[in-house]
Design a protein around this ligand. Structure first.
Ligand code: SF4
Ligand code: SF4
Length: 406
């Protein structure tokens, strides 16, 4: 049986994740580098940015620490390096780098990537990819890092009858203003270049250094099984993720699909995988063929020093300018997030996959945001079951139905 391509990172047995959470240690860190306040794309599903700006994702100046804009702060690179050092002391061996917005727009991007690489950290860059020159991509390859770029429809040429439709979907889901053919072709060319450079070569344990992230939205859902098949065959990790109504995405609820549609999508991809000789997997959120354990082992470090449990949970549990990371992890909300075996409510608690540690309550970000949008208390947002999972009917012990997620 073939293994599904996965991004290169340290191999850690899942039992270890639970131990790490218990010991208040870390294994992974998300670093948001210092980008300008708006993105070069305007994805309608963007979880960053404020829902108050309706044209494109932006952040307001007042979120910056003491009014300092990290993008203009000459000392930012040194500050972030010292914060990364604190995370390494606590066990971090894998860092995912993205930005407040597109990381290629940060003046410190190579500075931070090279620092992580020098420290022996497995590093993954998450980028929309548009702003890198070919020499930059080669430099990233030679640094040994992995790269996760974006595409929301399969790659076809202009003889395919769906070509114009795919161009339009890619344009709409990236929010770019350019001609749709240019938008689609640029993204295809980026992936072709990354393949030519060698990012998708098979390495240790069936891993790859190239991943493509796609959102599940109303406009592209029927084409995602084909996209996954295409990337599996190219040894590219396919990261298909459920959309959350968070940040700027709150303006675009019409893009979100129902959980029944999601279940059908996952089933179709699973059937394709089995037919193509890949290992089988359980259908559950938040990823196709994967489980998110990040809330046991990771923290998200924003450019202004704010710390959040993960990108999907809009909850700041401390700031690196004020406290040491070692103290921030003692936060009471984080204790709840990292000990859901004790606190979880609703149907996840009785789920066999939860008991066998095969699922850590779906996507904690989806739970947090859906319950928050529904007016639940912070505690309920932290402990609910994932309403996007087809197994969940009851989200909270008070009987709240999972119908709150469409
Ligand atoms: S819990 Fe959800 S939002 Fe958070 S890291 Fe995992 S998949 Fe992403
Ligand atoms: S019910 Fe909860 S624990 Fe079980 S698969 Fe669904 S999200 Fe995961």
């Amino acid at each position: 049986m073939k293994s599904i391509p996965k991004l290169l990172s340290f191999e850690t047995p899942k039992e270890k994740y639970y131990e790490i959470a218990k010991k208040n240690q870390l294994l992974r860190l998300g670093v948001k580098v210092n980008t300008p306040m708006a993105c070069n794309w305007a994805c309608p599903y963007c979880y960053a940015g404020s829902s108050e700006t309706s044209d494109r994702p932006k952040v307001e100046e007042n979120i910056y620490y003491n009014g300092i804009d990290p993008y203009k702060d000459k000392e930012w690179g040194n500050k972030m390096k010292s914060w990364i050092d604190q995370s390494i002391e606590m066990g971090v061996n894998t860092i995912t780098i993205n930005g407040t917005f597109e990381p290629a727009t940060s003046p410190d991007i190579f500075n931070i990537i090279e620092y992580c690489v020098d420290k022996g950290i497995y590093t993954t860059l998450v980028t929309n990819g548009t702003l890198w020159e070919i020499d930059d991509l080669k430099r990233l390859y030679n640094l040994g890092i992995s790269i996760l770029v974006k595409l929301n429809v399969p790659m076809v040429d202009n003889t395919d009858e769906r070509y114009v439709e795919f161009c339009n979907i890619q344009k709409n889901l990236s929010g770019r203003k350019q001609d749709s053919i240019k938008v689609y072709e640029e993204q295809k060319k980026l992936i072709e270049n990354l393949i030519e450079i060698g990012f998708n070569k098979k390495i240790a344990n069936e891993c790859t250094r190239l991943g493509v992230e796609s959102i599940i939205a109303r406009s592209n859902i029927e084409y995602l099984p084909e996209l996954v098949q295409q990337f599996r065959r190219l040894n590219i990790y396919s990261h298909i993720e459920v959309m959350k109504l968070q940040g700027f995405a709150r303006n675009n609820p019409n893009l979100q699909v129902t959980k029944l549609e999601m279940k059908k999508l996952f089933k179709k991809i699973l059937d394709n995988d089995i037919a193509d000789g890949y290992e089988p997997w359980d259908i559950k959120p938040p990823y196709v063929a994967g489980t998110c354990y990040q809330n046991l082992i990771r923290l998200d470090m924003k450019a202004d020093g704010n710390i959040a449990p993960c990108p999907g949970i809009d909850l700041i549990i401390g700031n690196m300018n004020e406290n040491k990371l070692r103290d921030i992890v003692k936060n009471e909300d984080l204790k709840i997030i990292r000990n859901l075996n004790k606190y979880i409510q609703g149907d996840c608690r009785d789920c066999e996959l939860f008991k066998k540690k095969e699922c850590y309550g779906g996507c904690r970000g989806t739970v947090y945001q859906t319950l928050l949008n529904h007016g639940c208390s912070k505690y309920e947002c932290l402990v609910g079951s994932d309403p996007s999972c087809h197994r969940v009917k009851k989200v909270l012990d008070n009987g709240l139905s999972s119908d709150i997620f469409k």
